[in-house]
Design a protein around this ligand. Sequence first.
Ligand code: ADP
Ligand code: MG
Length: 486
Amino acid sequence: MASDSGYMERPVVSTDPNGDQSPQLSAQWDRIRTRLHSEVGDGEYRSWLRHMTLAGLDGDEITVQLPNRFHRDWVREHYGARISALWQAENAAVRRVDIRVGTPVAAAGGTDGLIVSPALLRTKAAAKIESKAEERPRPEEREAAGLDQRFTFEGFVVGKPNEFAYACARRVAEQPASTGFNPLFLYGGVGLGKTHLMHAIAWELTGCGQPARPSSVAYMSAEKFMYRFIAAIRSQSTMEFKEQLRSVDVLMIDDLQFLIGKDNTQEEFFHTFNALVDAGKQIVVSADKSPSDLSGLEDRLRTRLGCGMVADLHATTFELRISILEAKAARSGVPVPHKVMEFLAHKITTNVRELEGALNRLIAHANLFGRPVTLDATQEVLHDILKAHDRRVTIDEIQRKVVEHYNLRLTDMSSARRARAVARPRQVAMFLAKQLTSRSLPEIGRKFGNRDHTTVMHAVTRVGELMERDAGFAEDVELLRRMLES
Ligand code: ADP
Ligand code: MG
């Protein structure tokens, strides 16, 4: 490593709310680079990896910078997974590594800020409450900060539940402020892609690859909007704040529900909103509920929010979750068996962020230990996540799952039919009921059309035998068990 010391810039931009880059982080980073160096060899390291600098740790995400797109793409593609794995091994707090274009800047104030793009789109800190010292409104907030490359339209998997919202977002990105689409109001539950779509719009509008004059876009969470506003009042610079906001082409406010009960900020937002719409500028807002359900928001604001296009991101379906997993797994380059994806899509149903997090962890693990992703490994690696999604299994649930899996009707579970196609799944359900619940054999028998406890016992033995003999069958039962397990 000594030969590289000249290139080992100290990380200088810290997004850590505590201020400077911690020495631990630097030490970890040094170890990771040494390790990479020895793994890839001198030539490869000098060509690509020595250009990396550490930007900082933000929440659970490490940001690594490279001087240009070319280097970034190369490093991301060839070493991204490895770097993630090494980080996760070094530092338990790290869940993700973001590799982006950026150069170390000697900026003391951090990169937090109001986004007045093109070059600038600061989104990460928006979710966070910064210390008061950082809240000084600075008129010249034009530090360079990258767009989050993951949150593009291309990276968004479209399915029935989100196709409408996606189409609306696309439309706004193509023709901001067109009639009928202003404001665009995106709403839906946590982790369904609201922020992703907003970034995608910003990404598109700030002119990647478009020769036309890029629009200036301001994106911030409602929370950030409030802190900015309060800080402006405190430092008697509300005029500047207003002017800054009213000078943009597109204003995006994420998680508007945060403004409920914050009357003064709401009022300010309302005026900004009106000023921008009157000037023919585009507004994009997201919230967890539709405008009419956002009780606690002033009526006149709710009314205006509902005046443009209101698009709902519905809960994901199993199919969409599978598509998302497929897309993300394909990008990682690590083969993920379909059974594993099915398992994850069954287990983690409400939040795409968690689904993604689970997959990333599997991939990081596979990369780190050079082992393939299997159902077993999945259960081991994701033990804690899966546990959080677990609930007590009932015989009814077991029957429903089994019936769904074998394409039968629920009545088949209690019917007297003895045809193999019905009897075998019924036995599987009894076996699972014995394994996964604390019900006694007679109790289980009763749930299956008042069968005798000896019938249940026979089913349990028979399924056990079959599993030993028939690997395909065993895998099926295993999958069902894992899906149901508590
Ligand atoms: P929200 O803002 O609605 O809470 P986010 O936009 O932050 O949710 O999405 C959470 C995570 O899930 C992000 O990493 C995002 O990229 C991912 N995600 C959500 N929906 C999709 C989708 N349809 N395709 C790809 N990724 C998605
Ligand atoms: Mg969000």
